[in-house]
Design a protein around this ligand. Structure first.
Ligand code: MN
Length: 285
């Protein structure tokens, strides 16, 4: 039985761009800069996954951020986080790290392994202009504290942020109201999620293949979902094998976006100030 009357359709499929970041970490940039306005408040989604240490061993040595939030979700492997606020954390498989850079943070994310698989995602969520210079904050959510529920259909959902089927996520954020679900679907099973019509929404398939209102979405593809004033949610159905899919939505900020690398502000002047503050050593003080 469908609980939705008007599920969103797929507007566009996106393959993502192979690139590297940090000290040579190979990754796929799924949500790239040209999509920032369309997927406001989301600024970036990177997917990383490799069995080869040479693809990740360099890690992400010390670097700054200002003006937004980073959400790291690990599927495999271990990363050590350290930052200028004094936080130290170990990111393990299934864990979530939610970092609010606010006015400034300097951190490193380094592999805590020399072999084996490393896989996961990093999502960047913008902050509203009024919150960009807020105090930095950091939360490590261990795997056992990420809420999970399973429906009678067999669909299993990890609720990283927001709320789904009455289950509150590990993280709740005001203003951008991010929903971040990792959904595991048995073959042929559909999952429905109400999403406010004002939100921008997309899915990323990371196992198997799914169908959204007649459009097939293969593994390692993002599908941007149509914004329709009448749409009341998203319906995702696994095809002939089990599938894994991220569903991400949020309330757009509709503010100017100025990005220079790890700084995301509203104006060029604010970007110059961030660079100046970093160079003079006061970004994260
Ligand atoms: Mn970083």
């Amino acid at each position: 039985m469908s609980t939705l009357t008007t599920p969103r359709r797929v507007e566009r499929l996106v393959r993502g761009q192979p690139t590297s970041d940090g000290d040579g970490v190979k990754l796929t940039r799924v949500l790239t800069q040209p999509l920032q306005k369309r997927l406001d408040p989301f600024l970036m989604l990177d997917a990383f996954g490799s069995d080869s240490a040479s693809d990740y061993i360099g890690g992400f040595p010390s670097h700054p951020h200002r003006g937004f939030e980073t959400v790291t979700y690990m599927l495999a492997g271990r990363m050590r986080h350290q930052d200028s606020v004094g936080n130290v954390g170990l990111l393990e498989p299934g864990s979530v790290q939610w970092m609010t850079a606010g006015r400034g943070i300097i951190h490193s994310e380094m592999p805590e392994q020399e072999e084996g698989r490393m896989a996961g995602f990093q999502l960047w969520v913008n902050l509203a202009a009024k919150d960009k210079l807020t105090a930095p904050a950091y939360r490590d959510v261990p795997p056992a504290d990420v809420p999970v529920f399973t429906l009678p259909s067999g669909a299993s959902v990890r609720v990283i942020a927001g709320e789904s089927h009455g289950v509150a996520g590990a993280v709740t954020r005001p203003t951008t109201e991010p929903l971040y679900l990792d959904i595991t679907l048995p073959a042929g099973v559909a999952f429905e999620q109400p999403v406010p019509a004002t939100h921008n929404a997309f899915i990323y398939v990371h196992g198997g293949a799914v169908e959204v209102e007649g459009t097939r979405v293969d593994s390692e593809r993002m599908a941007i979902l149509v914004n329709d004033a009448a749409a009341d949610g998203v319906r995702i159905r696994a095809l002939d094998a089990a599938a894994k899919v991220l569903l991400i939505s949020g309330q757009p900020l509709n503010e100017p976006i100025a990005q220079y690398g790890p700084f995301v502000m509203n104006t060029q002047q604010e970007i110059f100030q961030a660079v100046k503050d970093f160079q003079s050593g006061v970004l994260a003080t």
